[in-house]
Design a protein around this ligand. Sequence first.
Ligand SMILES: Cc1cc2nc3c(=O)[nH]c(=O)nc-3n(C[C@H](O)[C@H](O)[C@H](O)COP(=O)(O)OP(=O)(O)OC[C@H]3O[C@@H](n4cnc5c(N)ncnc54)[C@H](O)[C@@H]3O)c2cc1C
Length: 971
Amino acid sequence: MTAAPTAEPVVDPHPGAEAQEVAAALRAAGLEVRDDDGTRAMYATDASLYRIPPLVVVRPRHVDEVAATLEVARATGVPLTSRGAGTSVAGNAVGRGIVVDFSRHLGRVLEVDPEARTATVEPGAVHATLQKAAAPHGVRFGPDPSTHPRCTVGGMIGNNACGSRSLAYGRTSDNVAGLAMLTASGEQVETGYAADGTPWVRGGEQLVADLRSVMGRHLATARTELDTFGRQVSGYAAQHLLPERFDLTKALVGSEGTLGVLTRATVRLVADAPVRVVVVLGFDDIVAAGAAAPAVVEHGPTSCEGLDSRLLSVLRERRGEGAVPPLPRGAAWLFVELAGDDAAEVRDRAERLAAAGIGVDSAVVPDPAVQARLWRIREDGAGMAGRSPAHRPAWPGWEDAAVPPARLGEYLADFDALVTSYGMTSAPFGHFGDGCMHVRLDYPLDRPDGTSVLREFLVSAAQLVGRYGGSLSGEHGDGRARSELLPHMYSADAIALFAGVKHAFDPANLLNPGVLVDPDPVDADVRVAGVGPVRRLGRTPLAFAYPHDDGDLAQAVHRCTGVGKCRADNSAAGGVMCPSWLATREEKDSTRGRSRVLQDVVRGALSVRDPEVHDSLDLCLSCKGCASDCPTGIDVATYKSEVLHQTYRRRLRPRSHYSLGWLPRWARAVGRVPGAAAVANTSLRLPVLGRVGKAAAGVDHRRSVPAFASRPFRSWPAPPAGGTPGAGTPVVLFADSFSGAFDPEAAAAVVRVLRDAGYEPLLPATQRCCGLTWITTGQLDAAKRILGATVADLARPARDGVPIVGIEPSCTGVLRSDALELFTGTDLEDDARVVAGATTTLAELLSRTEGWEPPDLTGTEVVAQPHCHHHAVMGWDTDAALLARTGADVRRLAGCCGLAGNFGVEVGHYEVSVAVAEQQLLPALDAAPHAVVLADGFSCRTQVADLRDRPSVHLAQLLDAGARWSSREGR
Ligand SMILES: Cc1cc2nc3c(=O)[nH]c(=O)nc-3n(C[C@H](O)[C@H](O)[C@H](O)COP(=O)(O)OP(=O)(O)OC[C@H]3O[C@@H](n4cnc5c(N)ncnc54)[C@H](O)[C@@H]3O)c2cc1C
């Protein structure tokens, strides 16, 4: 299958005999080995611009298995690259040979010692897991990179990571108390510090002697060229090997897996200041913000972060105006955090900073909720900057250079000019207090000369930083993006020193070759080079229009730059992404893993019908969590539909596509025949028939089959739902197939609430369906026919200004979003646009209805499960605000309920569906046995009934019951 019409498919040479030999040797050693094409695609890249498929991936279960893997690497001469969460931005965690994934099994926090304020961890321990273990003792690990919810301690040590609070907590190297590692030769070396702080080394006698000898040859260079300012991250930290301070622990941190394989780490913990106040300072431009940073740092902040309006524009486009809290006047800002023990003292310092006349305007932000929104902007910055201000894909490569902070302003001005001279655009941001700037650039990688432009730019940028006495990397390490450029920053003698250090540790260049010493070219193995636009797969044109990606599937799937936010529990921020990863903790079940596999599809390395592709998509719930929660704007639900469409178009499909995918059709047929609902309901509940029926329909036997309503909503006598019909303001009620056939009570409640609010709900003349089940099962020709007729029908009242009120959130979401994805560029585009604009949720309509007051629900305990599509497409904040007005005590759940339409019902998905429910929904239900369960989604209500045999209601039912209750009570 050819994917790219404008370029030859970029198919990798088959790994061949070498891979088989290595895999066989690793398997013989009893290791957990993956060498299928899907896994190789997933581990071929990190969060960088590079793509290097490994021969094989090993996931060690204990330290002995790490040693065994190294032994195979040595015996076969195949290089080994260690990997944590794979969020490196410079290609630090990809390699051609064996990739060792520490994050899968070696992620335990072994010990927290509150007295010594240390913790000992396995290298794959996620930073957030460490924080969770340390929190009960009132301590934390200080460095907090933006990827803290998913990055591993091993990876942080590999990159010497730090974060926006490095002004207070320093870098990882300042917070490590000891390491255990294996050298390339398999020797165990341990490092640490005596009680008086003197560094010690156990094992590695020859290594230490060799290192001392290397240092002896480069003393002057090590003393003058290294460690010149805080963010000099590029190269090895060989200054720590100088005779006067020989400290192997610190020297190893930041060596990017090139010197040894870490098997255990002891880190220092710090007590967190309980009070934090943020001061936001506004500036005319980013140069002024950069120039002001040193003056701000004199106020002793824990954090001083800069950004400008370019990044905020991208954010507003992606997440709406409300995504950015009000900021002081200006076009660039510094977010400055002050922390301490005494609230009044911290507040006083904040006021003084705000009044210090730095910048053009200022605001003090004491509210932790607003602070969290500000930090989210910063943390999602790199992901959001994946689209440039010119709306082109933007890439890492030159993304974290630093200069001495006093020179940051000048550097920013020169850097902007350099970017412009290349016809590129950028949205810079970063740790301005440390002189470190992050940026993504829209290199023209789609052009045949794209990688040459990349190289030319990187060299120019390196020369610029060299002139400023800066560091090519100020945070993320050199990886493949910067190692070749080190001579623009360092003298030949410093480069020779680095080579000497590497040789002492790893003479055969077995560990992460191509990085730091003897580097690969910066323009080799570029992930998107040669991947042309993809507007069809094989002979089948794409079904979706991909309006945000120029109709190009390659651009769409390459939105995933690997930031890995899908490998975190995003529920604390109310997020949904990625339920299947949370359930299985497998890369293949993450948004990123799926995107990587799809990236191989668009480059032609995998076929859309390959089992690896379907395996990676199988557990995608199509919840659309990624579409809203991933800062890159990836939308795997849409791509999954496309893949299913491309795979099964005019072919025999899985059974559930005919049963669940056609459910609205079956429901309509049942509704037409009097008595058919009762027969169907009874038969499907008979043990044998029910089981056979479910098996034939591809439905898991543990699932209940929702009962058909004895009378579908549309055939209710007029007025269909009670209330007072009359001369209210007309609205169209989109009574979807689920509400109509299975839960007419919810639809009736919507009618009553609308009438009480002064509306007259009208039903479209014909029963219409949005085609959701056809969309999720990838029957996109049928979906377009069904949805097309609906959109054409609804466009007439919509053009007359009549709002369309949805009942079922996923169907409302189809009208608001999928219709545009499907019909942009077709005759129906205008209709789809007008319908999307007119479609509203009940809460949205009521919230803007003058004079409408919600019922008083004070004292009512509510557990609310927002539907995933509601969260992703419409957002649930309006519902939350409306519920707050009722006075109800609402616990808003994050995450997915786990059923997600057809997903949780299908054979093979039950366990994951339940595991997803166990994350948020089920514990919340169990903790509140008497609460009203609010779930607008029919599938969420089904999940609650199936797993806890508990009733749940639609918002309309809650408001309707509340209104009746309030009036009865005379309130
Ligand atoms: C959106 C985004 C924001 C980021 N923000 C920051 C930031 O604020 N600050 C920051 O410092 N970084 C940041 N990074 C970079 C990266 O997330 C961090 O450096 C992180 O600590 C890497 O951890 P990881 O588990 O993903 O490591 P990986 O990427 O898997 O590995 C990192 C390095 O460590 C090596 N390594 C991993 N495990 C071992 C081991 N057991 N033994 C030997 N070597 C090992 C790898 O070979 C590699 O060279 C960001 C990245 C992204 C995508």
